[in-house]
Design a protein around this ligand. Structure first.
Ligand SMILES: [Zn+2]
Length: 456
């Protein structure tokens, strides 16, 4: 048991100032009170930790490397980037994946994420053969999360095809399941792997409509676990939309909506290219959208129909996807500013054109994000929840002179990474003054692996 006194804690409606926050030995909040005695004073504001609803850990190794443009005759688009990404996917062994993921998770925690959903499709060895322990690589991600303390939802992904109606390509060999039974065995092994870490959960899903045939998708959605979140990429690329029309005679979102299966357990990644009927259909189905604004911008994907989706009750979260940006605040800004630039309207993060945009963004990204993790929390930082929080320094220049009601917008629109004092997971400091508890060991192992891979 431990009691912190803090400058403020964000509750669902507003800040509670100078509270005493007590946790039990597992880091669960047992009491939030205005009076008491504390074991430690934190001169900072506690916000619920950010939820990273879409991550491919191995891609951290190539972050920033696809910016040297060398294709004179070819457009440097998503598909060219994907080719470079496959090269990395083929070169990483289990030990290297674990050390890359651990470094990545430290960086996520340092930026304020306390949970990550790993959309995990790198399953086999470099020849495409299953490891003796079939969830070896998923287990490495769990182990990396355990080293760093981040909460992880492992989402083993079904990957089968090289495109609509096309066989898989050789460089996709590490991703593939032979059939649905093969995938369910992987899912079962992964479910056993998560038992090695108390902050791990399981999800499931398919890579995209282009990577799975219709019968396999139907079986996975129908026979998969009934209480886990379901993730898939949807309509990220125009070429993918066109290929879907050629194959199914329908656009991807339209096709998926017509299957009549969407519900609040679905988390649809990107949804960049939707028409107004599809926006309405997804919002109405209660399926949620995971936006990865920095990656979508970096890859030149396009802009999501944010306002129309929100206005119809649509819910969204954020993800780091390709790991090109690990700062959740910056993700929210990129998302907002893309929309402002397109529409010439500054009020994007609001439901009825009024309200605090900073609060709206944090609220939306947290609520939908924790559902993407498989959590069912309904309010910020309440009794019974684990104390997972990012701490904003009360002495940061603009924060120190702001009224409580201006703090969230100040953070979201002008906050800088060094305005954060640290990150608590299960009530324990995992990051303090920009450094992780295991910083040296994690970084040494990461450096060694990256030198072996020789891609940078
Ligand atoms: Zn992705």
């Amino acid at each position: 048991m431990k009691t912190y006194q803090v400058k403020g804690i964000l509750q669902q409606k507003s800040w509670l100032l100078n509270p005493f926050v007590t946790i039990d030995s597992k880091g669960k909040i047992t009491k939030i009170a205005s009076k008491g005695t504390s074991d430690e004073y934190i001169d900072g504001y506690l916000l619920p930790g950010f939820q990273n609803a879409h991550s491919h850990a191995f891609q951290y190794a190539m972050s920033g490397l696809a910016e040297i443009h060398t294709h004179h005759s070819r457009k440097d688009d998503f598909w060219a980037w994907r080719h470079a990404m496959y090269e990395v996917a083929l070169s990483v062994n289990p030990e290297q994946l674990e050390s890359i993921a651990a470094m990545l998770y430290v960086e996520m925690l340092r930026n304020g994420y306390t949970s990550v959903a790993e959309f995990h499709y790198l399953h086999h060895d470099d020849q495409g053969l299953p490891y003796a322990h079939i969830s070896e690589l998923g287990e490495r991600l769990i182990s990396a999360a355990k080293t760093t303390g981040i909460h992880i939802t492992l989402i083993p992904i079904f990957y089968q095809k090289g495109g609509f109606g096309l066989p898989a390509e050789s460089h996709q060999r590490r991703f593939l399941s032979k059939d649905v039974d093969d995938y369910f065995r992987l899912l079962e092994a992964s479910s056993a792997s998560i038992t090695h870490y108390e902050n791990a959960q399981i999800g499931f899903g398919i890579h995209s409509l282009r990577a799975a045939d219709k019968n396999s998708m139907e079986r996975i959605f129908k026979e998969g676990p009934k209480d886990a979140p379901i993730h898939l990429h949807l309509a990220e690329q125009l070429k993918e939309v066109d290929a879907c029309i050629d194959f199914y005679g329908e656009r991807p979102a339209q096709w998926l909506l017509n299957q009549g299966i969407l519900n609040e357990r679905f988390h649809l990644i990107h949804c960049t290219h939707l028409n107004p009927q599809e926006v309405k259909g997804i919002a109405t189905s209660q399926a949620q959208v995971v936006l990865c604004p920095a990656t979508e911008g970096n890859l030149g994907d396009g802009l999501f129909s944010l306002k129309a989706f929100q206005n119809q009750g649509g819910k969204w979260s954020i993800g780091t996807d390709s790991q090109i940006n690990l700062n959740p605040i910056e993700e929210l800004r990129i998302l907002d500013y893309g929309q402002r630039t397109k529409t010439h309207d500054r009020a994007q993060f609001t439901s009825e054109h009024q309200g605090d945009a900073g609060k709206f963004a944090i609220d939306m990204a947290w609520h939908s994000g924790q559902k993407a993790m498989g959590e069912k929390k309904s309010n910020f930082l309440t009794v019974g929840q684990s104390l997972d929080a990012v701490i904003l320094n009360a002495n940061a220049p603009l924060i120190s002179v702001s009224k409580p009601e201006n703090i969230l917008a100040t953070l979201v629109y002008s906050g800088q990474p060094n305005d954060l004092m640290g990150t608590l997971v299960n009530g324990q400091w995992v990051i303090k003054n920009q450094k992780h508890l295991n910083q040296e060991a994690v970084q040494t192992s990461f450096t060694k692996s990256m030198r072996q891979i020789k891609i940078r």
